[in-house]
Design a protein around this ligand. Sequence first.
Ligand code: ATP
Ligand code: MG
Length: 270
Amino acid sequence: MTTLEFRNVSKRYRVRGAAPMLALDDVSFTLRDRQTIALVGQSGSGKSTIAKILTQLETATSGEVLLDGVPIPRHGRGLRRYRQQLRMVFQDPFASLNPYHSIRYHLERPLQLDRVVPRGEVDAEVRRLLERVRLDPATVIDRRPHELSGGQRQRVAIARALASRPQLLVADEPVSMLDVSIRLGVLNLLADLQREEGLGVLYITHDLATARHFSDEIMVLHHGRVVEHGPADDVILRPQHEYTRDLRAASPDPEKHFADASARPFGDIA
Ligand SMILES: Nc1ncnc2c1ncn2[C@@H]1O[C@H](COP(=O)(O)OP(=O)(O)OP(=O)(O)O)[C@@H](O)[C@H]1O
Ligand SMILES: [Mg+2]
């Protein structure tokens, strides 16, 4: 069992010539493996700041991040282990993949760095990873990112995130740059992988309907504060906070489209 705890985290950005900006204000939550938490909130509410602190692109001004009860080490083996355990899928698969390197290279790197499999098995593991994200290895393995569609690129980014066999995944608006017609295929893939691998997923989105459908819990962020956090259905059907009600009113009716959460309303759109 893996437990990631964000404990009383605040983040103040210092911008030259301007007053410091409090992007996160005393945020706490716990993410466990086998669990999906959706993080919703309007633009600028602090969602990506949480992702950046989790992936150590930024450091918290105060508060702590703990993995299995232990603060994230600043260096050494503990830090390596944390980075192997928690991986990130970014919004823009074009920016996150290197245009000069093949798909094979993108997947080999984490396998080698984290010594996931013996050297002789790296090629087979790359192919297995591509199959895991429903890509045909023979077709894509020697291509470069610009030779793939947006949806295929995001599948490669997901395969790369899974390469180190993490327990936790942070997905920051993983489909918002993709064509509407393929978004649900990628989200269904993420949901399948989450179940199959028992991952804990922090799913950052503006979309309350998919937040409800794909998540166990929803956490609502407003001006850097968590204003609501609870079981997904409760937050959508019985929002307690005025801001959540406003968000709900502003999104396409999440209740109507996703009334039967056990069904797979999207089929398998590739
Ligand atoms: N490196 C930075 N320096 C200064 N301010 C920053 C920095 N990064 C983010 N901010 C500010 O912190 C606030 C929160 O930004 P953040 O990117 O976390 O929001 P978000 O909820 O992810 O928004 P979006 O939905 O638009 O992606 C914003 O006001 C933003 O301008
Ligand atoms: Mg963001």
